[in-house]
Design a protein around this ligand. Structure first.
Ligand code: ADP
Length: 304
């Protein structure tokens, strides 16, 4: 097991930022930690990386406890904190050399710096000051420093926030490549990122885990409220479909195309078919829409 959190609780004053959080990450998994602002994601990451102690529970990285063996854990973990704090006045190579020194890489430093510059695609900007780099290249420097000591587990706190669409694609590709060799836990707000990059999703809300499943499984959660797309031939008063129990809203998209928002334990398609036949409506197509992670996320973390 690369990472194990067991009943972790962390308070700030009276507020529980993490409340009895448990999960495990297998070697080589890329897992998204998803949750609204203030859910406790950064707090969890700071505990895993030994920046903050938990009040209750235990965390192990590759079998080493974060409280009793923090130096060993720091060797095994690479961390890109939120907002990627960097020394803007340092040159890229100078900074990586500085970080390699912190990890006491000694004679390995030079080779690791070259490898990191190559792996993170920093070659074109390697001779610049960090302050002169675009946000995308700054993120690459942040990822390079997190990887320089060849950790087995990588913790990335919102690694793609603020990037433009091209930079997003490039950094995601980089994370996917890194994930072939390492266990990665990343936090994000971007649902497409989860679908594009992660094998598994842990959703956290108010310091508690509300879902932990594979990316495919999570899309199948909350099967009771799903959307059915139907296309009818011609025009009619399709709002009559509301007479079917379980259809809660109908969105008409023109040309006989509808989205039916359902709230039902049972499959409503056959009822819709019989209803349509009784009305003499011709159905051209009908099917459930794939539930997006975004829908599941909103259902699990929505505040009334
Ligand atoms: P997330 O990363 O999911 O946005 P955080 O872990 O940063 O959430 O925060 C969880 C909760 O703990 C929030 O309500 C936040 O305001 C609170 N919190 C985080 N850090 C501190 C701190 N140093 N002092 C007091 N409260 C904090």
């Amino acid at each position: 097991m690369s990472l194990k959190a067991n009943s972790v609780t962390r308070k700030y004053g009276n507020q529980k930022a993490l409340d009895d959080v448990s999960f495990e990450l297998k070697e080589g998994e890329i897992v998204a930690l998803l949750g609204p602002n203030g859910a406790g994601k950064s707090t969890m990451m700071k505990i895993i990386t030994c920046y903050l102690p938990q009040h209750e529970g235990d965390v192990w990285v590759c079998g080493h406890n974060v409280i009793s063996a923090p130096l060993k854990v720091r060797e095994l973990v690479g961390y890109l904190p939120e907002n990627n704090p960097l020394y803007l006045d340092m040159y890229v190579r100078e900074y990586l050399d500085f970080v390699a020194g912190l990890h006491k890489l000694g004679s390995k430093s030079k080779t690791r710096i070259e490898e990191m510059i190559h792996q993170t695609g920093l070659e074109p900007e390697q001779h610049k000051k960090i302050g002169a780099l675009s946000k995308g290249y700054k993120q690459r420097v942040g990822i390079a420093q997190a990887l320089i000591h060849d950790p087995r587990v990588l913790i990335l706190d919102e690694p793609t926030t603020g990037l433009d669409p091209n930079q997003l694609v490039e950094i995601r590709q980089l994370i996917r490549n890194v994930g072939k060799e390492k266990t990665v836990l990343l936090s994000t707000h971007i649902m497409q990122e989860v679908e594009a990059v992660c094998d598994r999703v842990i959703i956290i809300n108010h310091g508690k885990i509300v879902a932990d499943a594979s990316t495919q499984e999570i899309q199948l959660l909350n099967q009771t409220s799903r959307i059915i797309s139907v296309e009818f031939e011609g025009k009619s008063n399709f709002q009559l479909l509301k007479q079917i129990s379980g259809i809660v809203e109908i969105q008409e998209e023109g040309n006989g195309k509808l989205k039916l928002f359902t709230q039902s334990e049972i499959d409503l398609r056959s009822e819709i078919f019989h209803f349509a036949v009784a009305q003499k409506w011709v159905i051209l197509s009908m099917g459930y829409e794939d539930q997006s992670i975004e829908q599941v996320f909103r259902q699990l973390t929505f505040e009334v």
